[in-house]
Design a protein around this ligand. Structure first.
Ligand code: 16G
Ligand code: ZN
Length: 529
């Protein structure tokens, strides 16, 4: 077939280095950008097949998120804007690792197994971040997609791409499948939410943003005019001079627990950091004694779920709300959510797809990783109930007001995936509506001191975990060794897990004193030996 001949010819332009083996990991393929040209081309092919199979638009995002600028990566986005289904992750790995002469066989194998009709049309949306390598790599994806109906969005944040794929496949019901449509929908919802808040001062509207020198910085600038001064942003690390993710960005701030380079913050000012593709956000401020205070994904989940629960009560809506976390969630946050707020808490394995999936089981599922990636999912039934009440002119004012706030909140949230810009607007709206300062938000509960580090080992795959990565089952004796260390400290908890994105083992510990430091150090020694 002519199609396959074209694949053969074009794949020769994107040859695979012999013997190179890569894995479709937690967030797609991710490694040094020099190794990725053939992977991009092949992911263009696979996205086209996925599109034919689902008869829907599929997304391909070229980014390595918070990784160093030299790296790059690629992930596929399914029709509703979610991560590609696991069976196709396996195909992705097979296709990426097929040697040059095996590529056609591997491709035909997918076509046969999935019974794909090659006559079906395909549509693929491609997005990229601001890395120097993203231009040529996204071109390689497009070569794979070639004439089969690909649409190139150019520079977008990861969540913008997810959003547009979802809009396209729901015939506009979720919104318009353009970047402008995204700005309009979110900004309108934000303005609706904040317009009735009395006496918002300029101070309350002010927010410092660290753009990690990435795509989020460009996009939040584009959005600003739509916000009509309801939010006054001061942007740092906007990409004009600094290097992507270098000493800045959400991952740096969360892991180092310190302010990013280049942000001029004064005591008490609200600040936030995005990561390199703007799907994560963390907040922070500097306390009176210059102490750094971090408000991570757990604090964000708590703020949002408290707000939603309060509105549900005011609206008299009986909807079940749950918070989904991972092993990295600070023990204090879990305790507060379960004991004080009395919401259901679930713990899943690390990686957005696991949290997203678990959150779908509830009327309202708030999910956040401690690293700042998260969003809120509303079931169809929940959305309908909210909408119905918001439009019901027979209901009393308080209930109606709460329902309208809920309705605009739904519109402000990017339900396809965690989104730094959407999360930022939601947090700003919640703080405004509840009249809270960042310090009051921080004081909802106190984080247990914690620390995470990474350890290089000979083969990280020998570590196998269970119970949402909170315990190890192999190698034998490891869990016992961890237990014996942890029991020396109060309110202590610790775990180790192999990273899904780097060749390292991650070690986490928390305890009610800074002794968490000693605990991780001792585990580090253990892992090295
Ligand atoms: C990826 C995941 C993130 C997870 C991180 C863990 C997505 C979109 N991103 O960045 O959710 O926290 O990997 O990395 O799923 P690790 O396995 O190296 O610790
Ligand atoms: Zn990211």
């Amino acid at each position: 077939m002519a199609q396959f001949e074209e694949v053969s010819q074009k794949s020769a332009v994107h040859p695979k280095p012999v013997g190179l083996v890569l894995q479709y990991g937690t967030a797609g393929f991710r490694t040094n950008s020099k190794q990725l040209d053939h992977v991009m081309f092949r992911m263009g092919l696979l996205a086209t097949l996925r599109s034919k199979k689902t008869k829907a638009t599929i997304g391909v995002m070229v980014t390595a998120s918070h990784n160093p600028e030299e790296d790059n990566g690629v992930k596929l986005v399914d029709p509703m804007g979610e991560m590609v289904t696991p069976a196709w992750e396996v195909y992705a790995t097979q296709l990426a690792n097929a040697e040059q002469e095996e590529l056609l066989t591997a491709l035909k194998d997918v076509i046969e197994r999935e019974a794909i009709s090659m006559a079906q049309e395909a549509s693929v949306f491609v997005g990229k971040d601001t890395r120097p390598s993203s231009d040529s790599l996204s071109q390689a994806v497009l070569d794979g997609v070639h004439a089969l109906g690909g649409h190139n969005y150019g520079l977008v944040t990861t969540p913008q791409l997810h959003y547009m794929v979802c809009c396209q496949n729901t015939q506009g019901r979720y919104g318009e499948a353009t970047v402008k449509g995204y700005y309009r929908k979110l900004s309108q919802a934000f303005i609706q939410l904040t317009k009735n808040v009395p006496n918002r001062t300029d101070d309350q509207k002010a927010l410092l943003v660290d753009g990690a020198n990435g795509i989020g910085a460009l996009k939040v600038c584009e959005m600003e005019t739509y916000l009509k001064n309801e939010l006054q942003l001061s942007l740092f690390n906007d990409g004009s001079s600094g290097k992507l993710n270098h000493l800045c960005g959400a991952d740096y701030v969360k892991v180092q627990q310190r302010a990013p380079k280049g942000v001029e913050m004064t005591a008490g000012e609200r600040c936030c950091s995005y990561d390199g593709d703007a799907d994560r956000i963390v907040y922070y401020y500097s306390g009176s004694a210059g102490r750094f205070h971090l408000l991570d994904g757990d604090k964000i989940a708590t703020l949002i779920s408290t707000y939603l629960k309060e509105l549900l009560t005011q609206a008299g809506l009986d909807l079940q709300i749950a918070v989904v976390q991972t092993a990295y969630a600070n023990g204090s946050s879990t305790q507060y959510l379960e004991d004080t707020m009395k919401v259901i808490v679930r713990c899943t394995k690390t990686g957005v797809k696991h949290l997203h999936h678990a959150a779908q089981e509830f009327d309202i599922g708030v999910y956040f990783e401690a690293n700042g990636h998260g969003t809120v999912l509303f079931s169809k039934a929940a959305e309908e109930k909210i909408q119905k009440l918001a439009q019901d002119s027979n209901t009393n004012d308080e209930r109606r007001r709460a329902a309208l706030l809920l309705q605009n909140t739904v519109n402000l949230i990017n339900q396809t995936v965690g989104d730094a810009i959407s999360d930022m607007l939601l947090i700003e709206a919640v703080l405004a509506i509840r009249g809270m300062t960042v310090q009051q938000w921080d004081a909802i509960y106190t984080d247990l001191p914690n620390r995470q580090l990474k350890v290089k080992v000979a083969d990280r795959r020998v570590i196998d975990t269970t119970d949402a990565e909170r315990r190890t089952v192999s190698p034998a004796g490891l869990q016992e060794a961890i237990d014996s260390r942890v029991k020396k400290y109060r309110r202590a908890r610790s775990f180790v897990r192999p990273s899904g994105t780097e060749d390292v083992v991650r070690v986490y510990a928390e305890a009610d004193t800074q002794l968490a430091w000693q605990c991780t150090a001792s585990l580090e020694d253990l892992m090295k030996n």
